[in-house]
Design a protein around this ligand. Sequence first.
Ligand SMILES: Cc1cc2nc3c(=O)[nH]c(=O)nc-3n(C[C@H](O)[C@H](O)[C@H](O)COP(=O)(O)OP(=O)(O)OC[C@H]3O[C@@H](n4cnc5c(N)ncnc54)[C@H](O)[C@@H]3O)c2cc1C
Length: 419
Amino acid sequence: MSDRPTAIVIGGSIGGLFAASLLRAQGWNAIVYERSRGDLSGRGAGVGITRELLDAMGRIGLPFDPSIGVSVRSYVWLGADGTVRHEHPRPMVASAWSSVYRPLRNAFPEADYRTGMSLARIEETADGVTAIFEDGSRASGDLLVAADGNLSTARAQYQPDATPRYAGYVAWRGVVSEGDVPEATRAAVSEHLAFSFHEGELMLTMIVPGADDDVRPGHRRYYFIWYRPTENEAALADLHTDADGKNHGLSIPPPLIRPELQAEVRAAARAQFAPEVSAVVGAVPQLLLQAITDLETPRLVFGRTALIGDAAFIARPHVAAGITKAALNAEALAVAVGDGTGDLDAALATYAAQASDFGKAMVGHARALGSYVGSGPDSPPPPPEHARYRDPVNVMLDYGAPSLLHDADPAKFMVSAGT
Ligand SMILES: Cc1cc2nc3c(=O)[nH]c(=O)nc-3n(C[C@H](O)[C@H](O)[C@H](O)COP(=O)(O)OP(=O)(O)OC[C@H]3O[C@@H](n4cnc5c(N)ncnc54)[C@H](O)[C@@H]3O)c2cc1C
């Protein structure tokens, strides 16, 4: 028997792997329990890589090579006639979700990454915590890290009312091979994050790595995400109803999205946006639909259970920092608990305060940016600072989370793992 402290990490995605890797480096016995049996690499599309994420990966000995991403040099606003209405420099790297996940996963010991393990519930014990899985098996430890994502089982157990809240708009998304978009699109978009605005609708178009994270010219893909208000409950339900009349809640499998809805989306893109970007919407083989939600979770720590990443706070995608938020939560938790020999309850209280401030700032900034599109049914009157985002240029200037990440008090948010 080892006398090292044990961490049960629920969820083997970015947040869980960051937390488990950092805790191991500090002497913990950290075991990951992941519900999915398959490889998670195929999950994401493009992700924006922040400086903070690169730093966090470097601190756990996994330097990220920016050349495996696609570089963007500026943000541009393309008017409906294709002219550039506004441009400002903003160098960034768009990479693939798997380019972050894969190195984390490869560096983690296979024997301690248990797949097909779905958390059912948590029991607090006198000196620790026990996870009970759907198959009836149990794992006990000193700390449980709940990195189980936006529909967290751990969060639901302790705070059943803390559920993601619909933002009042949906996102249509899609990717298409570089070779399938016209030359005019490549010329207008390839080095930019292209913004298109139309009466409370916002579309972003960009180039991202291709299959297997290929960044060679000709092998990349174009990606668009288009936010459209759908406040009306009946209209929202209709979007998620298939051709047989079956409603799929807020998550419809893409092939079941009704053809006439897909045709309407492609036609609206042609009518509203520059031909250079509506060509991307027209060319994607399969449109994807996602209802936008967010959540400020009132409490992040229950006994020896700590929520991190999307289990803790869900920000709308406009801050483009879901992965960074998960990584920084994991670091803050690891720094707080140290090697596990100190007062764990006090350490978890420290973590909760830090992660709560950070999460609220992220969710708030994403709401402000998203207020250009909507604020959600039955929401309180918008705070005055949202007025700034009626102007598309201000949306572009503040898009992402640069001010939160770069200007944040380092002692508060940018905690170092001490490695
Ligand atoms: C399918 C998918 C695709 C995504 N694509 C992108 C993208 O393209 N760009 C981007 O910026 N962000 C993307 N994200 C979001 C981004 O990855 C998250 O913001 C970030 O990964 C936060 O990570 P997390 O570890 O907190 O949660 P998640 O990445 O959501 O991971 C949670 C993990 O917990 C597991 N899990 C859930 N419930 C249980 C349970 N009861 N027991 C055990 N395991 C459980 C899940 O299988 C999952 O692996 C995606 C997330 C997912 C799940």
